[in-house]
Design a protein around this ligand. Structure first.
Ligand code: ZN
Length: 144
């Protein structure tokens, strides 16, 4: 099953704020299943304890595996996937966020079995900077 990374393309944010942004765009709720914070919760408001904090967005379905029935709203044509949004501009994430992403991937793999890790730019040439990750970092640490 595919997991697709995104960046918020903002310097700050959190799950509640992205939910508001997505509602304003006509979505029924937030498009991502997980949001990984960088500590800047709102514009001008930093709390170091939220650097690397993982918030949930829309729920996964209630099946026992991550499969093609997971419905997200984050990658045109590829929304039967799990969406993870890192708060930040392209590739500009904190060490704590990357560490949290690894932990989340390991948790998802343990819980649901095989996972395939991609990012938005793999599917949409109009989004070449999303998320701006080097996906090899996850291989190096044995996540996949
Ligand atoms: Zn994206």
């Amino acid at each position: 099953m595919k997991i697709i990374f995104h960046c918020s393309d903002s310097s700050y944010g959190n799950s509640a704020l992205i939910t508001k942004w997505h509602l304003d765009r006509g979505f029924r709720t937030i498009g991502y299943h997980y949001v990984i914070l960088n500590g800047l919760l709102y514009k001008g408001y930093y709390n170091k304890y939220y650097d690397g904090h993982i918030e949930t967005g829309r729920p996964l379905d209630d099946g026992s595996v991550i499969d093609a029935t997971e419905q997200g709203a984050h990658t045109r044509g590829h929304n039967k996937t799990v969406g993870i949004c890192l708060i930040g501009k392209s590739g500009d994430f904190t060490t704590e966020q990357i560490s949290a992403a690894k932990s989340l991937l390991i948790q998802l793999r343990t819980q649901f079995g095989n996972i395939e890790i991609k990012q938005h730019s793999n599917f949409d040439f109009k989004k070449p900077h999303c998320a701006g990750l080097d996906l090899n970092i996850f291989n190096i640490y044995g996540v996949v």
